[in-house]
Design a protein around this ligand. Structure first.
Ligand SMILES: Cc1ncc(COP(=O)(O)O)c(C=O)c1O
Length: 399
């Protein structure tokens, strides 16, 4: 048997050391369970960082992938391919968007949104190029998106950052207003800050951003890379707020584990991206789009969205109960919506993540002291209860 340590050693010799992987190597997944190289199994409450929408090796996604694999893998956007249109039809049917640009990741989707904002205003003859983003936001690792990311630690060594990007305080409309100017091209915001610690918007905050954007004449961009596709109880998080953005970006859960990103916008704004202005070789790849279309079908027609809403409430209630039972000496807050949840702890969470893994439970951190949970949306009630029992035990001991 190859051990976890042997695989890790091989990786150290040939991979760029930009990750610090946990000391297990996952070789197989089934539903909400993952299995390491030594045959140990783990309940997956992190879902590949909010990505394994329907769990691992879902039969309908496998069928969609295998059917498309037998037909066509890749021809580029020099040709029209039907799976891309199929997916765009499904996405436009369930939100404000009328036109979709496909790419391969969340960073690329945000890059496209930011470029669209600048291009749209330039086409109107306006000199608007500034972006207002938020402290603690996370938007990706390309130079433009990492510049928009509101955590200076991610900029270190890569300066100078893209100019004209300012960071307001999340949930503070006055700080946004203070940064608006006739040069503002867009406000970019996560409807719930994920990496930044599962911070939810105060009532009226997103509506206030819409108002400020309209008053200023700039665009409102919602980064739903982590919150989209049923993660927070509705198909898209902004649909709980009664606010419609000009652009929404998706990735992660859209493909259920296959790499894909999307920038979703109105037909009017999309008109700024004429042929030659923006592109991606792999964007809209038939394999990725066929799988993502099956993800959307399963969410809407397979009843997964309704199930996820109920499971989100169960997980949230369970985490609230842990916070109440262990008290403010250990747990500062239980936050989040649907199946995107966080427990803010008093101590840094790294030791707790390790202890949970040792007991067969996978969770991750968000910021230094928040334990994040973003399990597959198909998680069963007894799996949630199993995870909560381990968490409670570990936090009581080490928190
Ligand atoms: C809100 C948000 N936007 C963008 C990204 C970047 O996505 P990717 O890693 O696919 O480039 C992430 C990744 O965690 C994210 O959470």
């Amino acid at each position: 048997m190859t051990t976890n340590a042997e695989i890790a050693e091989r990786g150290k010799k040939v991979l760029v050391p930009n990750y610090a992987p946990q000391p297990i190597s996952i070789v197989r997944g089934e539903g909400c369970w993952l299995f390491d190289a030594e045959g140990r199994r783990y309940l997956d409450l992190m879902g590949g960082i909010a990505t394994a929408t329907l769990g691992h090796a879902h039969p309908k996604l496998r069928a969609a992938l295998e059917a498309q694999a037998a037909l066509l893998w890749h021809v580029s956007n020099l040709f029209t391919t039907e799976p891309q249109i199929r997916l765009a039809e499904r996405l436009t049917a369930c939100c404000f968007a009328e036109a979709i640009f496909f790419c391969n990741s969340g960073a690329e989707a945000n890059e496209a949104a930011l470029k669209l904002a600048r291009k749209w205003h330039r086409d109107q003859g306006e000199d608007r190029f500034e972006i207002i983003a938020f402290e603690n936001a996370f938007h990706g690792r390309t130079l433009f998106t990492v510049s928009a990311t509101g955590t200076p630690a991610y900029w270190k060594g890569f300066e100078p950052m893209v100019p004209g990007i300012y960071h307001a305080k999340y949930n503070d409309l006055e700080s946004v207003e203070a940064l608006t100017s006739p040069r503002t091209a867009a406000i970019l915001v996560e409807p719930i800050q994920g990496e930044g610690g599962i911070r939810t918007p105060d009532r009226g905050f997103l509506a206030g951003l819409r108002r400020l954007a309209d008053q200023n004449g700039c665009l409102l961009l919602f980064d739903e890379v982590q919150t989209g596709m049923g993660r927070t109880g509705t198909m898209f998080a902004h649909q709980q707020e009664g606010v419609v953005p000009d652009v929404m970006t998706l990735a992660k859960a859209l493909g259920g584990g296959i790499p894909i990103g999307a920038m979703c916008t109105t037909r009017k704004l999309a008109s700024a991206l004429v042929p030659g202005t923006h592109a991606s070789t792999f964007g809209g790849n038939p394999l990725a789009c066929a799988v993502a279309a099956a993800v959307v079908d399963e969410l809407l027609e397979g009843g997964v969205l309704d199930h996820a809403k109920a499971m989100g409430e169960r997980l949230g209630d369970g985490l609230d109960a842990i916070a109440a039972a262990l008290g403010p000496d250990k747990v500062l807050a239980s936050r989040g919506r649907g199946l995107l949840r966080g427990l803010a702890l008093v101590k840094p969470v790294a030791g707790i993540v390790d202890a949970c893994r040792a007991r067969g439970l996978l969770v991750i951190s968000a910021g230094g002291n928040v334990l994040r949970m973003a399990p597959p949306l198909v998680i069963a009630p007894e799996e949630i209860d199993h995870g909560l029992a381990i968490l409670r035990e570990v936090i009581a001991e080490l928190g």
